[in-house]
Design a protein around this ligand. Sequence first.
Ligand code: ADP
Ligand code: MG
Length: 261
Amino acid sequence: MTTATVKAVPAAVEVHDVHKWYGTHRVLDGVDLSVRPGEVTVILGPSGSGKSTLLRVVNHLEKPEIGHVSINGELIGVRRHGDRLKELSERAILAQRSRIGFVFQNFNLFPHLTVLENVAAAPAATGQLDRTAARQLARELLDRVGLADKAAAYPRQLSGGQQQRVAIARALALRPGVILFDEPTSALDPELVGEVLAVIKDLAKSGTTLVIVTHEIGFAREIADRVVFIDGGRIVEQGPPAEVLDRPRHERTRDFLSKVL
Ligand code: ADP
Ligand code: MG
């Protein structure tokens, strides 16, 4: 009889001892975070606590002073070389970044492209798909976010909620291993928040790995596998929503929740 060897599945996102500072201002102060494939992680924290910076480090839009990030077991930004960390080439960084979707607070759609072109642009530009296949995929993704009838419209002709749903379809177009959301509903009028959260909820149910910065506590309770509370560039506590949101152990978490609930 042989012993079955269980191959460890690498974390979808692994943040290891990340420090980021601007001048003397420590924005991230030793952050460790591990996100399993298919897991939905919600990051909460006061304004200025480092949430956006953490997402930007994960997507290699910012480089940490100390520490590293890996995506699916592959180091991003820096690579181990003996016991040193070696810079990755710009090309390798771009290749890795294409495996991470990023949805911004302000949608960041290309204003001069139609909705369909916004979604089809990346897989066509990276050569992942030819132009016809990219447009076909874009149609399927627009259908998935409920905007099949807006394919020919320009972003300015859409509501904020619709623009954000296009941005989500665009993030999905590269078939990323993980999608990062930075306050995806905070620029929206209240009546448009629900339609965007519904699309994100649908992604969560389908097993997409998601890391979401949001102040929507009810939403976090509903979809998060894990809630992470950050303050002052450090993770103060993390755990299932029933623990962090309903029985927070730290005074700072309680204080924050009392203000946003
Ligand atoms: P959050 O998203 O939690 O509100 P951020 O990650 O945006 O916080 O910012 C954390 C802190 O880092 C803030 O004090 C902010 O002013 C500072 N910061 C962010 N980006 C820069 C930058 N490029 N240069 C200097 N300071 C920055
Ligand atoms: Mg932010």
